[in-house]
Write a protein that binds this ligand. Structure first.
Ligand code: ZN
Length: 175
């Protein structure tokens, strides 16, 4: 599956795992193999694959940059940890290209290859998945920004302060 989709899926996993970066990375890593086992794009045409991989890599890096800047502070680290975990299994692609070998044990590489369900006509399908995942990431970021208590913001503290003021001075309730 395109690395951009792994980035976006990892961000959503990290959002759900809020403030638990180790869990986010572990579930993100598992999500990689789950997504690779769904029908997705792939080709034996090396030139086409390289062309798409370069564009995909740039889009994936751009997505990481945007998420790092726009993610709610309360979820940012776990979202980045989720992205790290979800992209980790594909580290074999660049290391294979530059060093001719995978950094993982053979059993991991064999499992990674075995779960793939690739077909060359599924690029539009992958792009639709990318749009859906990007919309999901944008939605959770916007919702979190609008609901301060969800992001660990001030609303709860304000309520607590009001109760404290109320018990200290009942007239404060009028304000
Ligand atoms: Zn993969």
């Amino acid at each position: 599956m395109l690395i951009t989709n792994h980035v976006l899926a990892g961000a959503l996993v990290g959002f759900a795992a809020r403030r638990r970066p180790m869990l986010a990375a572990a579930v993100g890593c598992a999500s990689h193999f789950a997504l690779d086992s769904l029908p997705h794009w792939g080709t034996d045409d090396e030139r086409r694959f390289t062309r798409v991989a370069i564009i995909d890599g740039i889009c994936g890096l751009a997505a990481i940059g945007i998420i790092a800047r726009t993610a709610p502070r309360s979820h940012r680290f776990s979202m980045l940890a989720g992205i790290f975990g979800s992209c980790l299994p594909d580290l074999d692609k660049p290391t294979d290209l530059f060093y001719g070998r995978s950094p993982f044990p053979g059993v991991v590489d064999r499992f990674h290859a075995a779960v793939q369900r690739e077909a060359p006509h599924r690029l539009p399908h992958e792009l639709r998945v990318a749009v859906g995942l990007a919309a999901g990431v944008a939605a959770v970021e916007v919702i979190t920004a609008r609901i301060p208590t969800f992001s660990g913001g001030r609303s709860r503290i304000t309520v607590t302060n009001s109760v404290a003021r109320l018990s200290a001075d009942p007239r404060a309730a009028v304000e």
